[in-house]
Structures are given as structure tokens and as C-alpha cells.
Ligand binder design. Structure first.
Ligand code: FAD
Length: 287
């Protein structure tokens, strides 16, 4: 099923992101976690694509398994910056062959030392153009409520986002954020810029203190004082920190639905128990 169809239903959707193993040794362990998350029947599941495309085969295989064994529509991520047109063509053929209908088209991070002049792809919109030439996929893109870390400024970031959507994006998924007001402000700017496609709010449950600092450092995402106080108080108590992190994420999700954001995507970090707890806490809300 295409994600555009799921998002057009007049009901809240709750989808989940998983990541593939880096090496074949880890495949079974990760597949087991992914299967447990799929058995919760989220609206759809996305499978990330390792930086540099290293996990490309696993992304497609896991996305196929989710659909075939759990009847959960899957969304395969695909990055382009460290690839070329023929590699992208092969990956698209594999996805089509596996029955994957949805692709999150991403540029990917530029690895240090990359010579920009040698790249075939510089931006995600160019990948979207290639995908559109090669098949009937439903295409999504990434967006950044706090703006992309490389952006000149917020206004330019939204201008480029519009170009990306016009190239053929049918939905956008946001980078994680921990203050819903940031998302509401972003939505206002996006709609003002004439971007009309559905925006799926990305929520990351932060359930241990180490993860909090690592993830916010990598993504540059703002951590509100309210959440910092939770980490100060419970960071040394793993069980309490996990409970508090899940509660914080659920509160964010409920507030989003209550304010008319109908689609939420959970960055599960392949944790079935965190995913299950969230599902349980909001089960009546997403009915
Ligand atoms: P783009 O949309 O191309 O934007 C990149 C930068 O270029 C931005 O600063 C933008 O303002 C600027 N820009 C865009 N278009 C133009 C233009 N026409 N002219 C000038 N400047 C322009 N990474 C992975 O490696 N694997 C994953 O699976 C993955 N999944 C992700 C899922 C989500 C929901 C998100 C939010 C991010 C994900 N990422 C993933 C990270 C992503 O690859 C990086 O953030 C990357 O740096 C940017 O990718 P993009 O597709 O947003 O790029």
C-alpha cells in the first residue's frame, strides 16, 4: 500500500522506523527486534539506509520481510550522495522486484574528504527526479523543523524544501524535535511557502542519558529545559529514565494529535519494548 493512501485516511497514523544491521552477523538479532515491532501493526514501517549505502541489501530485505510476513506497508530509505545513477538504478530495480512501493528519498550526509565536484548527486531532489523516471513509487522526503544543520538560514531551507516537494515528494517526515512548538511554527512556515503535502512528525523516545547527549549532539536538536530536568533527576536510574522518556514521548504524541497533526513516526532505535509501551499508552487515541 502506498503511504500517500494511508495519509489520506481521515484518522491518526502511527508509524515506526527501524534500522538494518551493519553486517550479516547481526542480521538475525536485528530481524527479531524488527519482527516484534512489526507485530504491533504500526500504520507503516520505515527502514533506514546506512550512511554511504553500506546496508543497502539489508534495507531492501528487511522492508520486504515486514510487508510479506506482517502485512505492514514498508518504506525503504534510499540515499544518493555516495552513489551514482547506475547504483541507484540497481537499487530501484531491487525494490521494485521486492514489491516495495514507498521510498524516502534522501541526500545522505556528505562524508569528510568528499570531493563535491565528483558527485553525481548533490541534493535529494535530484534523486527524486531519478526515482520518478524509473517507476511508480510513492516518494517521501526529509524535513527539518529546526532547519538542516548545513543550511544558510531557515528561509532558504524552506525554499529548497519546496523545490524538493515540487520534484515529486508526496509526503515529508521531520527530523526529531522535543518541543512541539517548534513543529507548529515550522508547519506555519511550510504551509505559508505553499508546501501542501502531509508532514509526518518524527518523535524519538529518549530513554537513557547517554543516548540523550549523543543524539542531540549529532542532530543539533534543541533539548528543552523540561527534558533536561528529567535527565538530571533520572539519568542515573536506567529504569526510571526509560519510563520518563517514554512518558515524555507519549505526551508529545498526544499533544500533536490534539493539535491536528495526524501522522506521527516513532524512531524506535529497534527497541520493541519501547515501541510496545508507546502503542499501549496511546491505543485508544489512535483507534
Ligand atoms: P537535501 O534535501 O538535499 O538537503 C540537504 C541540504 O542541502 C540542506 O541544507 C538543504 O537546505 C540544502 N539544499 C537542498 N536543496 C538545495 C538546492 N536545490 N540548492 C541548494 N541547496 C539545497 N541518512 C542516512 O544516511 N540514511 C537514512 O536512512 C536517513 N534517514 C533519514 C530520515 C529522516 C526522516 C531524516 C530527517 C534524515 C535522515 N537521514 C538519513 C539523514 C539525512 O541523510 C541528512 O540529514 C542529510 O544531510 C540531508 O539529507 P536530505 O535528504 O534532507 O537532503
Amino acid at each position: 500500500m502506498k503511504i500517500s493512501q494511508i495519509l489520506s485516511l481521515d484518522k491518526p497514523s502511527l508509524s515506526m522506523e527501524v534500522f538494518p544491521p551493519k553486517t550479516a552477523d547481526n542480521y538475525d538479532k536485528i530481524a527479531e527486534a524488527v519482527n516484534k515491532i512489526a507485530s504491533l501493526s504500526p500504520s507503516f514501517m520505515s527502514v533506514t539506509y546506512g550512511a554511504g549505502g553500506g546496508t543497502s541489501a539489508f534495507t531492501a530485505a528487511i522492508a520486504k520481510n515486514i510487508q510479506e510476513c506482517y502485512n505492514v506497508p514498508s518504506l525503504a530509505h534510499l540515499t544518493c550522495v555516495s552513489s551514482n545513477k547506475s547504483e541507484i538504478g540497481r537499487q530501484l530495480a531491487l525494490l521494485k522486484n521486492y514489491g516495495i512501493e514507498n521510498i524516502l528519498a534522501l541526500r545522505g550526509d556528505i562524508l569528510p574528504g568528499t570531493k563535491l565536484g565528483n558527485l553525481e548527486y548533490h541534493y535529494a531532489y535530484q534523486l527524486i527526479e531519478t526515482i520518478k523516471e524509473q517507476g511508480d513509487f510513492c516518494i517521501g522526503g526529509a524535513c527539518y523543523p529546526e532547519s538542516h544543520p548545513e543550511s544558510e538560514n531557515y528561509r532558504k531551507d524552506i525554499e529548497y524544501l519546496k523545490i524538493k516537494v515540487d520534484a515529486g515528494c508526496e509526503f515529508l517526515t521531520t527530523q526529531m524535535f522535543f518541543d512541539n512548538d517548534i513543529l507548529y511554527n515550522f508547519m506555519y512556515k511550510v504551509r505559508d511557502a505553499g508546501i501542501k503535502v502531509p508532514v509526518i512528525a518524527g518523535i524519538m523516545p529518549l530513554t537513557n542519558a547517554k543516548q540523550v547527549f549523543r543524539i542531540t549532539k549529532i542532530s543539533g536538536t534543541l533539548l528543552p529545559q523540561r527534558f533536561r530536568r528529567i535527565v538530571d533527576r533520572y539519568g542515573d536510574n536506567p529504569i526510571a529514565m526509560k519510563q520518563a522518556g517514554i512518558a515524555y514521548a507519549c505526551e508529545q504524541i498526544i499533544d500533536l494529535y490534539a493539535n491536528g497533526i495526524n501522522a506521527v513516526h516513532i524512531y524506535t532505535m529497534n527497541s520493541p519494548d519501547v515501541a510496545a509501551k508507546i502503542m499501549e499508552n496511546i491505543s485508544e487515541i489512535i483507534k
